[in-house]
Every structure is written in structure tokens, then in C-alpha cells.
Design a protein around this ligand. Structure first.
Ligand SMILES: C[S@@+](CC[C@H](N)C(=O)[O-])C[C@H]1O[C@@H](n2cnc3c(N)ncnc32)[C@H](O)[C@@H]1O
Length: 354
């Protein structure tokens, strides 16, 4: 298709395809049913038409489904909840379009509001590769970390050291955490995980943060995960509980301005600064990318061996995988840039190259 202008029905069909390919047969089937409702001029057409002139970019079909999921999670749509594994229900492969459409008829106002809500995910599985990256920094420096997260969403990945990780040969994080990443996350040869990393300070920023300490924020975050992706849903639920117990405030600001202000402060000797982000770079305006790079370069000039600066990021490489890259400034010449790992978009299949 020329350009990126899609019609609403194309948006629904593309989303159905993508759900079928990346593990949500429930949503794939439901979207196919809703495409039929749309084409016959049903309530799906009435509600979705006109919400956005970029229905693929704005994920309008997912907004529609997330509103139903949210109602089910909140206990307001019992028939749907009985079909959604995330709500304790079970789905046996049948068509659930009629159940969905009766929830729409019953809660029309909620759907009108839900269709205005941006879909935003905070993918906790990405912690598996980030923990390996932070381990590489700790192995080399032996220093406690100051972590500065850009595009943190709900800030859940800033809690990475409060989850547990084990490759079978090494481990890090909290072995008592309800959220554990085992050897199945890491391909062989696995990265070395550095036990007992100390996080001296942590901060996070997002242009549009979600506050999971509120019930509304928690429900929003959970509703964006597909109801039949139970493991993913449980990971998110555990991470939200951990974040609520030990909150990290996510500052509402542009990443460029925020980072420049944070890095303008003098570095503490004996602490390694690690600026990090995952699947954020493509969303930043060009001016923000310039500002982030400039803030890093300026602060890199002031970095030393006992107060080094790192830029750790997991960002898209190919259709199948993202790359984990690390740039290090330690005051001894040009910054060193490394490719540390390939990893799946949701964090699975860490292939360590570092
Ligand atoms: C795909 S999400 C990734 C969230 C999180 N890093 C993760 O891996 O789960 C991209 C995030 O970037 C944020 N974002 C986009 N533009 C931004 C900006 N200029 N400054 C800060 N955050 C931004 C969005 O609000 C969104 O939360």
C-alpha cells in the first residue's frame, strides 16, 4: 500500500493478522468477527469511524478491545470475564463476537471514552536482557549504579533489580521476587549475570507516564495486554505489585530536556551512571534525539574511570529482533560502542554477543 494511510477495515484486518501471528488467537478470532460487524454497518462502525484518521498508527482496534478487557478486569463485564484467561475465565476457541457486542451495547459510554485512550504497553520481559546489560556494566566497573530511564511508561523496568534472573550458571536480582526470569530466557552461551548489583539511585521519565499506583492506571496498563497471553499478563501484574510497594515516580517530561537537566549535575565519584531505554528511540521527535545525544556527549566529557557514563539501549534491528547496545564514556578517549545482544521484541531469546 502506498504511503501509510489505511482505512479502518484495513486496520482491523491487519490487527487480526498480527494477533494471529504473535500469539493471541482469541483476539485474532474476535477481530475477524468485529470486521464482519463493521462491514455490515453495526455498532463497531458507528463507534470506530472518525476516532482517528490514522487508525493503524493509533491502534484504534486495540483501543476497542482494551476497553472491553478493562471492563472485564474491573468486574463490570462478567460474561466476557468468563471467557478471558486473564480474568480467571477460559476460552475454548469459539466465536465470542456476540458476547463482546453485548458488552458494547451495555457500556456504550465506556467504549466511547476508551476509544480516546492511547494504547501504551510497558513490556516487563525486556528486563531479562537489560539485567544482562547492567551486569556487564557492574562486572567491568564494580560500582553501584545510578539508572536513568527514558520513555519509561509506567517505570516498571526501572525496578529490574527487584525481579530475579538465573541462567543456570549465574544469577542476579532478587531471588525471592515473585517475578523470576529463568534459564529459558537466555540462549547458550548465556551472559554472565552479576550478583548483588546495587542501585544507588533510579529515575525515569515519560512524555505521557502511566501511574500504576492508582487503580485507574493499573487497570489501563493491564487492559492493554491480550487476555490470552497469560504469562505476559502475570509478569505485568507482579511488576505492578512490586512498583506499588516501592514506587519510582515517572517524571512527565520530554526525554531530551529531562536528560540534559539530570546529566548537568556533577557526577558522584564511585557511582556508574547508566542511561537506558527500550523500544523508545523510534517514538522520539528528531529534536529530542539530538538533545539526548548532545546531553550524553557533553556529560561524557566529564566522565571518569570512577564515575563512568553508560548508554544502554534495546532498540529495533530487524523485523525479528532488537539489539542491545552499550556506549561507555570513562574519560580515556573516544566512547566505546558495543553490540551486546540480539533479543526478541518482548524480551525472550536473549542471544548474548558481548
Ligand atoms: C513502546 S513504549 C516503551 C515503554 C518501555 N520503555 C518498555 O520497554 O516497555 C515507548 C514510550 O516512549 C514514550 N515517549 C515517546 N516520546 C517521548 C518523549 N519525547 N519523551 C519521553 N518519552 C517519550 C511513550 O510515551 C511510551 O511510553
Amino acid at each position: 500500500m502506498a504511503g501509510s494511510t489505511f482505512t479502518l477495515i484495513e486496520a482491523i484486518e491487519r490487527q487480526a493478522d498480527s494477533c494471529a501471528h504473535i500469539g493471541s488467537p482469541l483476539y485474532a478470532g474476535l477481530l475477524t468477527g468485529l470486521a464482519g460487524d463493521y462491514l455490515s454497518g453495526g455498532v463497531t462502525a458507528e463507534l470506530l469511524e472518525g476516532v482517528s484518521d490514522q487508525p493503524v498508527h493509533d491502534a484504534v482496534p486495540l483501543r476497542y478491545l482494551a476497553t472491553a478487557h478493562r471492563l472485564a478486569l474491573a468486574g463490570s463485564a462478567a460474561e466476557l470475564a468468563a471467557l478471558f484467561p486473564s480474568c480467571g475465565g477460559s476460552w475454548h476457541g469459539g466465536d465470542i463476537t456476540d458476547v463482546f457486542l453485548s458488552a458494547v451495547a451495555m457500556h456504550r459510554g465506556e467504549f466511547v471514552r476508551g476509544l480516546q485512550r492511547n494504547v501504551q504497553t510497558n513490556e516487563v520481559g525486556r528486563a531479562a536482557v537489560l539485567a544482562a546489560g547492567f551486569s556487564a556494566i557492574a562486572d567491568r566497573t564494580g560500582l553501584p549504579l545510578r539508572t536513568l530511564e527514558l520513555g519509561g511508561s509506567a517505570g516498571l523496568l526501572s525496578h529490574w533489580d527487584r525481579f530475579g534472573y538465573a541462567t543456570g550458571e549465574s544469577s542476579t536480582g532478587d531471588p525471592g521476587s515473585p517475578l523470576q526470569f529463568g534459564p529459558e530466557w537466555y540462549e547458550r552461551p548465556a551472559p554472565h549475570l552479576h550478583a548483588g548489583i546495587q542501585v544507588a539511585e533510579r529515575a525515569s521519565v515519560d512524555v505521557s507516564p502511566i501511574d500504576v499506583s492508582t487503580d485507574d492506571g493499573r487497570l489501563s496498563m493491564l487492559s492493554f495486554v491480550w487476555p490470552d497471553q497469560l504469562e505476559r499478563f502475570r509478569r505485568l501484574d507482579h511488576a505492578i505489585a512490586i512498583a506499588r510497594a516501592t514506587p519510582v515516580h515517572v517524571d512527565e517530561a520530554d526525554a531530551g530536556d529531562w536528560l540534559a537537566a539530570r546529566l548537568a549535575q556533577p557526577f558522584d565519584d564511585g557511582v556508574a551512571t547508566a542511561v537506558f531505554h527500550s523500544i523508545v528511540w523510534q517514538y522520539l521527535p528528531a529534536a529530542t534525539k539530538v538533545a539526548v545525544r548532545a546531553a550524553l556527549a557533553e556529560a561524557g566529557e566529564r566522565a571518569t574511570g570512577s564515575a563512568p557514563l553508560h548508554w544502554l539501549r534495546m532498540e529495533p534491528a530487524t523485523k525479528e529482533h532488537a539489539d542491545l547496545r552499550l556506549t561507555t564514556w570513562r574519560g580515556d578517549g573516544e566512547p566505546a560502542e558495543e553490540l551486546l545482544a540480539h533479543v526478541g521484541y518482548h524480551g525472550a531469546g536473549v542471544r548474548w554477543l558481548g
